[in-house]
Design a protein. Structure first.
Lengths: 389, 702
């Protein structure tokens, strides 16, 4: 049987798989990407709101996202394809003492890992966020280097670029088996075909656990679901993405976030206080009334936004809220880029770059000690201090 | 009344033009006048304004398209807020601006207070107060079942309210012989009698959610309704057609036209051309003629029209040229359509070079069929709600069929709720007959009763579900052989009274009655119906007589005109014709000289069949052209969600309601099996809604 041979099979054409395919192909690796959907980015990738921030508290995430920001903000320059990049930063407006203390306490770490972020007073925040309700506004953080892409445009551009660099995509195929012989991966079987491979990258997003099980791995990724929505365009007025960390008076929201994309559309999402565990992607009647009050309370003019569409996407969560990136002890050629915890789009390019370095050069592209925090063999039950997710 | 009335109908043979109070407002700073209760775009049309803005991406002028809240081409800025002009009533002092770019948010808004979202439960929610929704509600009401009927328009009846012509079917089952607009009144009155039926007008279902609630936008309130049974009777939307210039202002749907003319009493055009020979296109032509609008022609790609032949015949007899086996090649014009070019098509529907003809027009109606409005239905079914579809949401058919089948759906809903109610087998059979597509055309017998002084002559030569003529004959001498109303009626007796009741009721205007023959003087007197403006027609006036196909027979002289109260606005004309013409004369029209240049043909332009650069717009909202989509298809794209990402089709305001169908057609044209195509994911909302409405804004802090 003449099985097609590839150096690596990337499982999942999403926020990790697409850039991984591109970076690997650019390094001369013969890449196969397999996705059960019929086009790139059709899993959780397209459900993202597009915010890309290195504004985190976890050093690994700061490092990876700085790489992502670099990649996404220069994509058009480098590859000549538009990904809808909009600079403008991230702003966390603050209305209470506890959140102020938390955010201020993160600044030294953030600065140490190279993030451009500062604390602004209330007046300056009002400049950065026109129309903001200033009642109890104390100030906030502002990280001007962060930005936003169109998740749809990025998936499309990244896929096309990867293909141009030689990556082969197989859409509409579901991986049904991964063969490990003598401690190393040899074959990937799908519902349609089988491929001889030297390595496998599990970048299957919400499906990471199922793919892991094919080689007997128990990858602790459990999706929960978040709802989002988008408006019709309005004249550009808001540069940064906004995160309001206050839990809502509704008792339903832990925090919420939004931004205006390059097309002028306001795109928004909230973190539910009680998580919706599982893979349900269908919109509920609860979302719009709740998010509407939160958005209008913060920027009253939002009452006039015409809402176009709502949807729901999955956050593939790990027990400690940090992604799982790296190799797997005992299975040579098996790599994981999973558990992005809802931040696949902003982590994806950084994670992909690290993995490409690891796979080709044997070492990640960020500090090894920081990278180790992302390993599969870490203790997931250990309480990690991630003040800012 | 004052102000610009040039574009308003002053009189109409069927409609009563209401004299409504004037409303003064401004459009782009210029004073304009509307009428109380009418929509912004209607008022603008009445003032001769047909361009409501320009697309931000390429400056293309944006005119009316659906007049049904389905698209967003009529977006304007009213008092600073973007609104659909066709769904937003004018108000005194309103400041309306054309929409040329994304609107600016007024950032100095005060902080409002919120009242939260109301929810309610109901046994049955019916979405759509058209024919099927109304009869479903009537059945449920008769059983005392709690029913909430919503409709996004200000008046019940759906598209029935626009139909000035008499309906087909049978009197008993679906009010045949009555005008659609009057049937709407009857059905609406029926449901008002039921205490258990509540009606919300100007209320739109904007989404169904996974928790089995339906979000309803009612005025400026958002209400979540949780029904035990959901009946989707939302009707249909018009299919579109892609050709160069299809996006020009003045190119729009036949339903949109009917709304402007028959609901809003606007005369939106002087010279109209129609694409599509289904019933919608044929009826639109007739409605145009009733409103005194010249119909320059109608094209149909098939070798014969798809609509009822009687609808075709009545417009042919009035002089409308029908071009079968022809298609529209392009529309042209600077800021609106000014010329249409058509061409003959071969068996594969490809235009034949050298057959192009152009016509100077100002409006081009697209009437190429309907698609069910079924997004709510599909979503509700996916969420496991008990859901039923009625009328066009279930299957595209005549309104008469929807009137009847709505009753079945109403009872079906009752059964779902556990009520012991019977749905007679006969109902299903009748529904089937009323849904029947037009059947074969038969050759009518030539011979007439030689020795009778009075007798009817039928030009009803196609099997359609219709029989009111058999019901009204006072001497019971009109019969349809067999037991189906699909058959062809015949005069079976020997004593016609010449009462004219069959002439008055025939929805197809397909009966004449010879009421007096004088072989010696070689004359005969023929009774014929007339539903258009009388104009100069009067006793003693000479008219042109035409045969069943609209070909000129000769001349006749009007001897009498009567408008019986019982004739429901249909005039009866008695016309003296030469004796030998008496069987051939099927209709008449004013003498050619009194009409405008009927062919209205501009000099045929010498275009190649396809001009280089002919690249029609497919996605109107995002201005995506055919070539961009073809390129993606040829690059291997089979997932319509991927088209959203790469070229942004259906990412705009209407959510793909118009272009999805056109894109699927492009896949087919490219030889792609549609089984290999992934359809776009549908999500709430069905129509754009201001965020403040979801928040339940109660008041604004001072």
């Amino acid at each position: 049987m003449g099985m097609t041979t590839f150096d690596i099979a990337v499982i999942g054409a999403g926020s990790v798989g697409n850039p991984a395919a591109l970076f690997l192909a650019q390094r001369g690796v013969k890449v196969l990407v397999i996705d059960r959907c019929t086009a790139p980015g059709q899993g959780e990738n397209k459900a993202a709101i597009g915010g890309v921030r290195a504004t985190h508290s976890d050093p690994a995430k700061i490092s990876l996202c700085l790489q992502s920001v670099e990649h996404l903000s220069t994509f058009q320059e480098v590859y000549g394809r538009d990904v809808g990049w909009k600079p403008g930063g991230y702003c966390f407006p603050v209305f209470d003492d506890a959140i102020e203390r938390t955010l201020k306490s993160l600044l030294p770490t953030q600065h140490r890992f190279g993030l451009d972020i500062q604390w602004l007073g209330a007046a300056a925040i009002k400049e950065v966020v026109p129309g903001i309700n200033t009642e109890n506004l104390r100030g906030g953080t502002y990280s001007p280097g962060d930005g936003q892409v169109s998740p749809l445009m990025y998936a499309d551009a990244c896929w096309k670029e990867a293909v141009q660099h030689g990556a082969v995509y197989r859409f509409g195929e579901t991986v049904t088996g991964i063969t490990v012989k003598a401690g190393r991966v040899t074959t990937v079987t799908t519902d349609k075909s089988a491929y001889s491979v030297g390595a496998v990258l599990n970048a299957a997003g919400a499906g990471a656990r199922r793919i892991g099980a094919l080689t007997g791995l128990d990858i602790p990724v459990q999706p929960d679901s978040h709802e989002a929505g988008i408006s019709a365009p309005v004249k550009p007025f808001l540069d940064p993405l906004i995160v309001d960390l206050r839990p809502g008076p509704d008792g339903k929201t832990a925090n919420f976030y939004f931004g205006q994309n390059r097309e002028g559309q306001v795109i928004f999402c909230y973190t539910p206080r009680d998580l919706f565990i599982g893979e349900d992607r269908e919109s509920t009647s609860e979302f719009l009334p709740i998010i509407a009050q939160r958005l209008i309370d913060l920027i009253p003019a939002f009452r006039h936004l015409l809402i176009r569409r709502v949807w729901r996407g999955l956050y593939p969560m790990t027990p400690d809220g940090v992604a799982i990136v790296g190799g797997v002890d005992g299975i040579e050629g098996m790599y994981l880029g999973v558990g992005m915890c809802g931040q696949g789009l902003m982590l994806g390019p950084g994670v992909a770059d690290c993995l490409a370095s690891l796979i080709v050069d044997g070492r990640p592209s960020i500090e090894e000690s920081v990278f180790a925090d992302l390993s599969f063999k870490r203790d997931f039950s250990a309480a990690r201090i991630e003040s800012l997710k | 009344m004052s102000g610009n009335t040039e574009f308003r109908l002053r009189s109409h043979p069927i409609l009563t033009i209401e004299d409504r109070p004037a409303v003064n407002f401004a459009f782009d700073g210029q004073p304009v006048q509307g009428r109380a209760g009418e929509m912004i775009t209607t008022s603008l049309f009445a003032n001769g304004i047909r361009i409501f803005g320009h697309h931000e991406s390429d400056g293309a002028p944006q005119g009316i398209f659906c007049v049904n809240g389905q698209c967003s081409q009529c977006m304007v800025i009213a008092d600073g807020m973007p609104v659909k002009g066709c769904m937003t009533p004018v108000a005194e002092g309103m400041d309306v601006r054309s929409c040329n770019a994304a609107p600016e948010l007024p950032l100095d808004e005060p902080r409002p207070k919120f009242s939260g979202t109301k929810t309610r439960t109901v046994d049955v929610l019916i979405v759509g107060g058209g024919p099927s929704g109304l009869t479903a509600a009537d059945e449920l009401g008769a059983l005392g079942i709690g029913t909430l009927l919503i409709d996004d328009k200000a008046r019940l009846g759906g598209k029935l309210t626009l139909q000035t012509h008499n309906f087909f079917g049978s009197i008993e089952d679906c009010y045949a012989g009555m005008r659609g607009m009057d049937i709407a009144e009857v059905l609406a009155a029926d449901i008002r009698k039921h205490e258990s039926v509540e009606t919300w007008l100007s209320a739109a279902a904007v989404g169904v959610y996974a928790d089995k609630k339906v979000g309803i936008l009612r005025g400026d309130e958002y209400i979540l309704v949780e029904p035990k049974v959901l009946i989707v009777a939302a009707g249909a939307r018009e299919k579109s057609l892609a050709f160069p210039g299809c996006d020009l202002p003045g190119v729009y749907g036949a339903g949109a036209f009917q709304t402007l003319v028959n609901r809003d009493f606007i005369k939106p055009t002087d010279r109209l051309f129609i694409v599509g020979g289904g019933n919608v296109g044929l009826i639109a032509a007739y409605h145009a003629l009733q409103a005194g609008i010249e119909v320059v022609g109608l094209v149909e790609a098939l070798p014969s029209v798809g609509g009822y032949k009687v609808h075709q015949d009545k417009i042919k007899r009035l002089g409308v040229p029908i071009w079968t086996s022809h298609t529209v090649l392009r529309a042209e014009g600077a800021d609106g359509v000014q010329r249409v070019t058509i061409a003959a098509v071969d068996e594969r529907f490809s235009p034949v070079a050298g057959t192009e003809r152009s016509f100077d027009i100002d409006t081009l109606l697209i009437a190429v069929g309907l698609n069910p409005i079924d997004e709510l239905l599909i979503t509700a079914e996916k969420y496991g709600m008990c859901t039923l579809a009625a009328g066009d949401s279930h299957e595209i058919a005549e309104a008469s069929a929807a009137i009847f089948s709505g009753r079945i759906i109403g009872r079906e809903a009752a059964k779902q709720l556990g009520h012991d109610v019977e749905i007679p087998d006969q109902w299903h059979q009748t529904a089937e007959v009323l849904r029947a597509k037009p059947g074969d055309t038969v050759a009518l017998p030539e011979a007439a009763p030689q020795d009778l002084d009075k007798f009817p002559v039928f030009r009803c030569d196609q099997e359609i579900p219709c029989n009111p003529c058999t019901e009204v004959c006072p001497v019971n001498q009109i019969k349809i052989p067999g037991d189906s109303m699909l058959g062809i009626p015949e005069f079976v007796g020997e004593q016609c009274t010449g009462c004219g009741k069959c002439v008055i009721i025939c929805p197809g205007l397909a009966i004449s009655v010879v009421v007096g023959s004088d072989p010696d003087r070689q004359t005969a007197n023929v009774m014929l119906p007339w539903e258009l403006p009388l104009g100069d027609l009067a006793k003693g006036v000479e008219v042109e007589t035409v045969d069943a196909d609209g070909d000129v027979v000769g001349r006749g002289t009007v001897t009498k005109i009567k408008l019986f109260k019982s004739a429901d606005r249909r005039h009866l004309f008695w016309i003296d014709v030469p004796y030998d013409d008496r069987l051939r004369v099927a209709a008449f029209r004013p003498m050619a000289g009194e009409r405008q240049d009927q062919q209205g043909m501009a000099e045929a332009a010498h275009y190649a069949v396809t001009l280089p650069g002919d690249d029609p717009i497919i996605c109107r909202c995002m201005r995506v052209r055919k070539s961009e989509i073809i390129a993606e298809i040829r690059a291997g794209v089979r997932d319509m969600n991927q088209l959203k990402a790469s070229i942004r089709t259906s990412m705009g305001s209407c959510g793909g309601k118009t272009c999805t169908d056109l894109i699927l057609r492009l896949f087919r044209e490219e030889g792609v099996d549609l089984a290999d195509v992934t359809l776009p994911t549908t999500r709430p909302l069905d129509t754009e809604v201001p965020l403040g409405i979801f928040a339940g804004i109660k008041e604004v802090d001072a």
